[in-house]
Ligand binder design. Sequence first.
Ligand SMILES: Cc1cc2nc3c(=O)[nH]c(=O)nc-3n(C[C@H](O)[C@H](O)[C@H](O)COP(=O)(O)OP(=O)(O)OC[C@H]3O[C@@H](n4cnc5c(N)ncnc54)[C@H](O)[C@@H]3O)c2cc1C
Length: 454
Amino acid sequence: MVSPQVESTSDAHPDAFNEVEVLVVGAGQAGVAMSEHLSRFGIRHVVLERGRIAERWRSERWDSLVANGPAWHDRFPGMEFADVGPDGFPTKDQVAGYMSAYAEKFAAPVRCGVDVTKVRRADGRRGFFVESSEGTYLAEFVVSATGAFQTPAIPPLIPAQPGITQIHSSSYRNPHQLPAGAVLVVGAGSSGVQIAAELQRSGRQVYLAVGPHDRPPRAYRGRDFVWWLGVLDKWDASTPPLGAEHVTIAVSGAGGGHTVDFRALATEGIVLVGRASSYADGTVGFADDLAQNIAAGDTNYLGLLDEADAYVTRNGLDLPEEPEARMLAPDPECVTTPIRELDLAAAGVTSIVWATGFTSDYSWLPIGTLDERGRPLHRRGVSPESGIYFLGLPWQSRRGSSFIWGVWHDAKHVADHISIQRSYAAYRPNLDSAAVTSPITRLEAVTLGGEIDR
Ligand SMILES: Cc1cc2nc3c(=O)[nH]c(=O)nc-3n(C[C@H](O)[C@H](O)[C@H](O)COP(=O)(O)OP(=O)(O)OC[C@H]3O[C@@H](n4cnc5c(N)ncnc54)[C@H](O)[C@@H]3O)c2cc1C
């Protein structure tokens, strides 16, 4: 749920505050990338993190999670994973360790254990007062890098009741955590399919509610799908395909990586059902959309194979043909004659895992930064409220924006913008021209990809 933005009633300037030029909120991958780019520009900044660096990878993901992309791809440009081969899939702890090591590499000024509670414009002077658990800061620029996956979203479908444990995927750790019995997993994106498969392997009866999804092949003709999305220029797509804005991607790096195959999951014993859509008297109702969702996922899968084949032909690449990738098994019975209702008690379901995504709460930011639904207003991360920036938003500038490598490029853009703005602010007529770098010089340097003197 989105909390309304409320302007602070205490507009008085605080008696004591720390001054900093840029304050970054959050030290996940977005905050670390932001800090690196600000450091390159020599811009004084601090990163405030309520937990530890990459806290979400440490404490808000399940034990067996590995990155969805291989180590050569899902990383920042300036450093490889030390403990995983390039084609391996780093564990969640290796991703967290990588982020900490990266921050250490350039001595990122991260202050851990500091919660930011409010940002308000400092009336009558440049910048913002930032209230935090360690006091107030005055910052000229504030970058919100608090993540796109903040608040677990559970649809209000099934009331809390004795005998049924309901948790969100961000609270799921491993099968031992759940009481004995069958499990209903709702949502079949990357989290839902991986959690369902793990629960099934642990000996549970699992029901998996499958909604609309994209289902890229893990690899095709000897190349991982992240490579295909790269050469086909899909990571850089600036807007989601029409109608696919909220479609989740079912992909997995688990067990060395494999294509998510719903038919294979059914063969292993998972009962696939349609979207969970209703609940009454202990019975969950499922939409009549299972076959349609599986078919749409197939279309997405086969479409990528077609585009990959066309790319191979056009460029005369010597990549081994893989006709077997196009052979889809027949639909299992649970797809051809789907269950439309599940009496939880009769089926022995004692747990429900909601892999239904996240919402975000930016109500701590100043008025003017969010739309009426609480979503960030921005152009490539630059807020209309001058001095406020966002980083790590899905589709902030491209499809890759919320992924590890993509956020690095968005951070570069935001740092450029801050650098140009501070140059304008620093400009004084009649000053020795050497004293202030012209914003135009900066623009040229940025355009040419050059480094700017600190
Ligand atoms: C299950 C799952 C698997 C994923 N796997 C991959 C993958 O394999 N590859 C990939 O590229 N991407 C993956 N992603 C997507 C994305 O990379 C991660 O979600 C990543 O954590 C986002 O990084 P971030 O820095 O934008 O946000 P976060 O990691 O959420 O970091 C935000 C930080 O801000 C802190 N914070 C929040 N509010 C405050 C506050 N008010 N004051 C102070 N600190 C605050 C939080 O503690 C947190 O540490 C995955 C996402 C999920 C949910």
